[in-house]
Design a binder for this molecule. Structure first.
Ligand code: FEO
Length: 401
């Protein structure tokens, strides 16, 4: 049975929710699922804005058929080819043989990579500044390369002032009935997953996101229709500000992420003592995670959130404990910058972890590694407790600065 939602009088959400998938991109845990959004514009011409993952194909096709109500589909606008949206393109084009696929030069190239369907005479190639008249609605195409793939574009519908933003402004999490942001407590219930989604998926491409935000600033946008998560119809500036913050690698909050790896609890003990001492110093935005039992995507989200990081790890194979090394390499790959970092290492015979962690951090941009490193041998001793308190004091002063 179809399950559609009205976005405006002439625009219908025809997407689908997926609560079965465990790992988005077979990589990121999505305990609350994910939505694949697609939209139909009903005008003199009809246009479908993107498709969905193949897992949601049946629901999507039912939604599409019901919404078109016997009309033909004139255009399929492909803003993004990644298969969480693009996998069902071929199915739509086969079922709607009169539909013209609209994309840019890179989209056309990727179509040939993913599919073998003959689209001769059925494509319309657009570029920055191109527009497409549907009747009263006009689609204006805005190229958005690397947000999140090279072929990504956004579509601005100028009569209703709606930005179809592709992956940008999306979030993990299936929709629980409503589709609009103001029908949820987004900041309380969704912001962490929106940050985790952005930072892990697009975090590396901050400059490209900034470039698109600059273009978007020239448009009068009343609504944002992303490919995942809620449709934004109020408080747009608040969410756009989050994107400005994340894409410029500025911390969102003054506070401390304490991420520790610990094989037998001794490094964990130091991390807990430090967190406790930080609180005694008046720092209250502190999050403590065991990197061995926290999926790295959550750690990345938190690293983008906080201004200060404490990384505590045992030495392992003369290097850094693997789970911590994974976190560090992911931070580096995602281009995290502008953080102050304190290091704690443990090593029962040759502590090396701090030196190795510092080496990776030095390869990143604008990371300040505090000289005050704590090095313990096996377990923290009473004689070293002052070092922990002193590090907490230094960090607290830096957080409050
Ligand atoms: Fe939602 Fe980059 O795909």
């Amino acid at each position: 049975m179809y399950c559609t939602k009205k976005v405006t009088d002439k625009i219908v959400w025809v997407g689908a929710n997926d609560r079965r998938l465990h790992l988005f991109e077979n990589l990121f845990p999505i305990p609350n699922g994910v939505s694949y959004n697609a939209y139909v514009i009903l005008d003199e011409k009809t246009a479908l804005m993107d498709c969905v993952d193949f897992s949601a194909c049946r629901q999507f096709l039912e939604n599409l058929e019901h919404t078109l109500a016997g009309r033909k589909l004139d255009y399929l606008i492909v803003n993004h080819m990644e298969p969480d949206h693009g996998a069902t393109i071929e199915e739509v084009l086969r079922r709607y043989p009169e539909a013209v696929m609209v994309g840019n030069a890179k989209t056309m190239g990727m179509m040939k990579q993913f599919f073998e369907i003959d689209l001769n005479g059925r494509t319309l190639e657009v570029k920055e500044g191109s527009s497409l008249d549907l009747g009263t609605h006009t689609l204006n195409f805005v190229m958005a390369p690397m947000v999140h793939w090279p072929e990504v574009m956004m579509t601005y519908e100028s009569s209703e002032k709606i930005l179809f933003s592709a992956d940008a402004f999306g979030t993990f999490g299936a929709l629980n009935g409503p589709i609009f942001n103001d029908e949820y407590d987004f900041e309380r219930d969704w912001l962490d997953d929106a940050r985790r989604y952005y930072t892990n998926i697009v975090g590396k491409y901050g400059p490209q996101v900034q470039a698109v935000l600059k273009k978007a600033a020239t448009l009068d946008i009343q609504m944002i229709c992303p490919l995942h998560g809620q449709v934004w119809r109020n408080n747009l500036a608040w969410f756009i500000d989050k994107y400005k913050c994340w894409s410029s690698y500025e911390p969102e909050e003054k506070g401390v992420l304490v991420a520790y790896a610990s094989m037998y609890g001794n490094t964990e003990n130091v991390a807990n003592l430090l967190a406790s001492a930080l609180a005694d110093e008046g720092v209250y935005h502190i999050s403590v995670y065991d990197v061995s039992k926290t999926d790295v995507s959550y750690l990345i989200g938190e690293a983008f959130k906080y201004s200060h990081l404490v990384l505590a790890a045992p030495t392992y194979n003369a290097g850094v404990y693997p789970a911590m090394e994974h976190f560090l390499l992911d931070m580096k790959a995602l281009n995290l910058q502008k953080r102050t970092v304190a290091l704690i290492e443990n090593g029962s015979w040759a502590p090396m972890a701090a030196k190795q962690m510092a080496k990776t951090l030095e390869e990143m941009k604008q990371m300040t590694v505090l000289e005050q490193t704590i090095s313990i041998k096996s377990a923290l001793k009473e004689s070293q407790k002052e070092e922990v308190l002193a590090l907490a004091k230094t960090l607290a002063e830096s957080v409050k600065a």
